[in-house]
Design a protein around this ligand. Structure first.
Ligand SMILES: NC(=O)c1ccc[n+]([C@@H]2O[C@H](COP(=O)([O-])OP(=O)(O)OC[C@H]3O[C@@H](n4cnc5c(N)ncnc54)[C@H](OP(=O)(O)O)[C@@H]3O)[C@@H](O)[C@H]2O)c1
Length: 224
């Protein structure tokens, strides 16, 4: 079966800016039959995240992610649907996710490496499994719960930098839900400031490109 995939074409160098030419789209062929434990999946959503920049280097610099290899299919968070299965844990039609999903239109994967998800949880918005209901939401949750020291009733204000990003926008909302009386976001445009306040429930937002951050923090968080 012919499929299309994205491979790493070249590396930008440790400090280079990634451009489309660092990637290449190519065709490949999947084996016609599945082996025991394997599943054929069709890709529905892929996530592009900041940590992937490290994966474009020969050495990621950290132990928990591996570098992408030249001329190999790149991978990351993904969601797809099972088209056929020789794994008892997965059935045709199941929606599944993985942190190591190949950027390929269809792929043969080990069923044991896939997590089955309930699409009702996200009301059919499958990309949410790569955002608020996936690794970015979990990162925000752990950040706030493990490091945030939020105490309900303590009249706390949470300040979030990178607030309009995938993790930051969720972190501020969790802070409010966990008991902060105010969440103030710092981001880089008026449009993002508006979205943080109107869509994400932040109390206020600071545009670091236009505003004096220390002065605005004193104004918005007078009690610290
Ligand atoms: N996503 C995950 O699951 C995950 C997991 C572990 C760790 N992390 C780390 O968490 C951080 C945020 O990840 P994310 O997924 O939320 O990324 P994201 O969606 O790309 O958001 C990052 C935000 O950072 C801001 N930013 C970019 N350059 C900046 C600069 N020079 N100074 C200040 N702000 C800047 C951008 O907003 P403005 O344009 O408004 O500045 C952007 O919205 C990254 O360091 C990532 O490696 C993420």
């Amino acid at each position: 079966m012919p499929v299309q995939r994205v491979v790493l074409n070249s590396r930008p160098g440790n400090n280079g800016v990634p451009v489309p030419a660092h990637f290449r789209l190519e065709e490949t062929t999947l084996a016609p039959d599945l082996e025991d434990g394997e599943v054929l999946v069709r890709t529905l959503c892929l996530s592009v995240d900041p940590y992937m920049r490290c994966r474009m280097n020969e050495d990621t610099g950290v132990g928990y992610v591996t570098p992408w290899q030249l001329s190999e299919c790149v991978d990351g968070g993904g969601v797809g649907v099972v088209e056929s299965s020789r794994c008892s844990a997965c059935s045709e039609g199941d929606v599944v996710t993985s942190f190591n999903w190949p950027w390929q239109t269809k792929a043969v994967m080990k069923g044991s490496a896939l997590q089955k998800v309930d699409t009702q949880v996200v009301d059919g918005h499958l990309s949410y499994f790569l955002g608020a209901v996936g690794i970015t939401g979990l990162t925000a949750l752990l950040g706030v719960r493990e490091k945030g020291n939020v105490t309900k009733g303590a009249n706390q204000t949470m300040v979030v930098s990178g607030a309009a990003g995938a993790c930051g926008s969720v972190a501020g909302q969790i802070g409010r839900l966990d008991g902060c009386v105010r969440a103030v976001g710092i981001c880089g445009s008026e449009e993002k400031c508006r979205a943080l306040v109107e869509d994400c429930g932040f109390s206020a937002a600071i545009n670091y490109r236009k505003e004096d951050i220390p002065a605005k923090l004193q104004e918005l968080c007078p009690m610290g």
